[in-house]
Write a protein that binds this ligand. Structure first.
Ligand SMILES: Cc1cc2nc3c(=O)[nH]c(=O)nc-3n(C[C@H](O)[C@H](O)[C@H](O)COP(=O)(O)OP(=O)(O)OC[C@H]3O[C@@H](n4cnc5c(N)ncnc54)[C@H](O)[C@@H]3O)c2cc1C
Length: 236
C-alpha cells in the first residue's frame, strides 16, 4: 500500500458521531477536495484542527485514521477530558466543518510476513487496530498488548495472534503497565516488527528495554510518544 507524498489540508464535515465505549468516541468526517487520496495506511494519521470549545482558538492534534471509505474517514478519539480536542470530541455537531491535514506517518508491512509485537495505551489502540486489520497473508505470530479500555479490534487469526488487555486499577497512571508487560516477554525473534506508542514516559521505558536488555538498534523498532503527562500537544 502506498501513500501519496503530498499532504493535503482540507475542510471536512462531521457526518457521524458514535460513542464506542466509555473511553472512545468515533467521529466520521467527509473530506472535501481530497478525492482519491489514501488516508488509510496502517497507523497513518492526520492532524485534526477544531475550534477549542473554551477559547474559540483553532487547535490541531494528531489522530490515527482508523478506517477510510472513499472520502469518509473515522477517527477514534480518547475522551480524556483534559485537552481542547478531547473536550470538543465530547459534543461535536453534525455538519460542523473542521480541518484535516495529512496523510502523515503510516506503516508499510515488510515482506515476507514477519512476527509482530504491538503495544500501546488507548491513544495507540486505533493504530494497533489498523495494523491488525491490514496484516499481510502469511504473517508470523502477532502479540498485541493494549493497556486501558476495550477498543474494538478487527477479526484476527486466533491461532497466530494473542491480544493481551491490561486493565488499570483505580489510581494506576496511564502507561504504567506497558513497560512491565513488555519486560515479561521474551526478546522477539530477529526481523520482528516491533511497534509501541502511547504516553511518552511509558514509551521511553520501552525504548530503554529495547536498546538495553534486548540489544536492538534504533532502526529495529518504532517507539513513539503519542502524548505526555502535563504537556499539551506533545510532539516527538
Ligand atoms: C501519530 C499520532 C497518532 C495518534 N492517534 C490518536 C488516536 O487515534 N486517538 C487518540 O485519542 N489519540 C491519538 N493520539 C494522541 C493525541 O494526539 C493526544 O492525546 C493529544 O494530546 C490530544 O489532544 P488534546 O487537545 O485532547 O489534549 P492536549 O491539549 O494535547 O493535552 C492537554 C492535557 O491532556 C493530557 N492528555 C493528552 N492526551 C491524553 C490521553 N490520551 N490521556 C490522558 N491525558 C491526556 C496531556 O498530558 C495534557 O496535560 C495520537 C498521537 C500521535 C502523535
Amino acid at each position: 500500500m502506498t501513500t501519496r507524498p503530498v499532504r493535503h489540508r482540507v475542510p471536512a464535515s462531521v457526518v457521524d458521531v458514535v460513542r464506542l465505549s466509555e473511553t472512545f468516541v468515533r467521529i466520521t468526517l467527509v473530506l472535501g477536495g481530497a478525492h482519491g487520496v489514501r488516508f488509510d495506511d496502517p497507523a497513518g494519521w492526520v492532524k485534526l484542527f477544531v475550534t477549542d470549545p473554551d477559547t474559540g482558538a483553532q487547535v490541531g492534534r494528531a489522530y490515527t485514521v482508523r478506517q477510510q471509505r472513499f472520502a469518509e474517514i473515522d477517527l477514534d478519539i480518547v475522551l480524556h477530558g483534559n485537552g481542547p480536542v478531547a473536550r470538543w470530541a465530547e459534543a461535536p455537531l453534525l455538519g460542523e466543518v473542521v480541518t484535516v491535514a495529512g496523510p502523515r506517518g503510516g506503516f508499510t508491512h515488510p515482506e515476507p510476513g514477519p512476527a509482530y509485537l504491538l503495544a500501546g495505551d488507548e491513544s495507540a489502540a486505533p493504530a494497533i487496530a489498523s495494523i491488525l486489520g491490514s496484516l499481510p497473508e502469511g504473517h508470523g505470530r502477532v502479540t498485541a498488548i493494549l493497556e486501558g479500555g476495550e477498543h474494538e479490534l478487527p477479526p484476527v487469526d486466533p491461532a497466530r495472534t494473542s491480544v493481551c488487555s491490561l486493565r488499570r486499577r483505580a489510581g494506576t497512571k496511564k502507561g504504567a503497565l506497558l513497560a512491565p508487560a513488555l519486560r515479561a516477554l521474551p526478546k522477539p525473534s530477529a526481523n520482528s516488527v516491533i511497534w509501541v506508542a502511547g504516553e511518552a514516559g511509558a514509551v521511553h521505558e520501552a525504548r530503554r528495554l529495547f536498546l538495553g536488555e534486548w540489544g536492538l538498534e534504533r532502526g529495529e523498532f518504532t517507539a513513539k510518544g503519542y502524548w505526555k503527562y502535563g504537556e499539551a500537544d506533545h510532539r516527538e
